[in-house]
Design a protein around this ligand. Structure first.
Ligand code: CA
Length: 227
């Protein structure tokens, strides 16, 4: 049974979400504040987290940032205001999706199912052909999700890893930012794919290589030459 953690301070909303999700066969746990939510999310194994942005103690931004150091499970961020979404996406915090209140609980259930199956697909495909990608100074180990550059391990966030792995798994092909966004984040891009740029900047800072090329006006390409 899939386990979902709801971090939500409005008990009425949390209970409605739980009722819908339990009807769909999920096991649901609720934490009503940020501190206990973060502790529980770090200590236990959940398959997905629904995270309210506005919490009385630690806010959703901070929880997401901290969780991404150790967890790569899907995180759905819930926010009360629609204009927050663009900002959230641009911040590159590593949430997988955003939903605004008030929302139809059926919509939440649909998105949760989509992200769970996408996550399983990614894990499954990684396990199937979990061959290391080695190119010049770079080594990517998909099974352990570790990256080495010149023999030194590089600490990437979950999405930074996914982005690098996606490009390196498809060498010499140019992808638009929108295409990268939909492949790596599993969401429809709404015209702005600033998130891709932010994450790519971080990857390039952490892994000082020139294999990922910017193809002006089109997108990005991981160039792998036959040597
Ligand atoms: Ca709240």
């Amino acid at each position: 049974m899939k386990r979902i953690l709801l971090i939500e301070d409005e008990k009425g909303i949390a209970n409605i979400e739980r009722d819908y999700l339990e009807l769909e066969g999920f096991e649901v746990q609720i934490e009503n504040n940020g501190k206990s939510g973060l502790q529980r999310a770090e200590a236990e194994n959940f398959d997905l987290i629904v995270l309210d942005l506005m919490l009385p103690d630690i806010d959703g931004y901070e929880i997401c940032r901290r969780l991404r150091k150790t967890k790569d499970i899907p995180i759905l961020m819930v926010t009360a205001r629609i204009e927050k979404i663009d900002k959230l996406r641009g911040l590159g915090l590593g949430a997988d999706d955003y939903i605004t209140k008030p929302f139809d609980p059926a919509e939440l259930v649909a998105r949760i199912k989509m992200h769970l199956s996408r996550y399983e697909r990614i894990k499954g495909s990684t396990a199937d052909n979990g061959v290391d990608i080695v190119y010049r100074d770079l080594r990517i180990q998909p099974l352990s999700r570790r990256v080495f550059f010149k023999g030194e391990e590089v600490a990437l966030t979950a999405k930074e890893f996914d982005l690098l792995y996606f490009l390196a798994s498809n060498p010499n092909r140019v992808f638009s930012k929108d295409k990268i966004f939909s492949e790596v984040w599993g969401m429809q891009p709404y015209g702005d794919s600033g998130t891709v740029v932010v994450h790519l900047t971080h990857v390039r800072e952490k892994v000082p290589m020139d294999y990922i090329e910017t193809v002006r006006g089109i997108g990005y390409r991981f160039t792998m030459l036959n040597e």
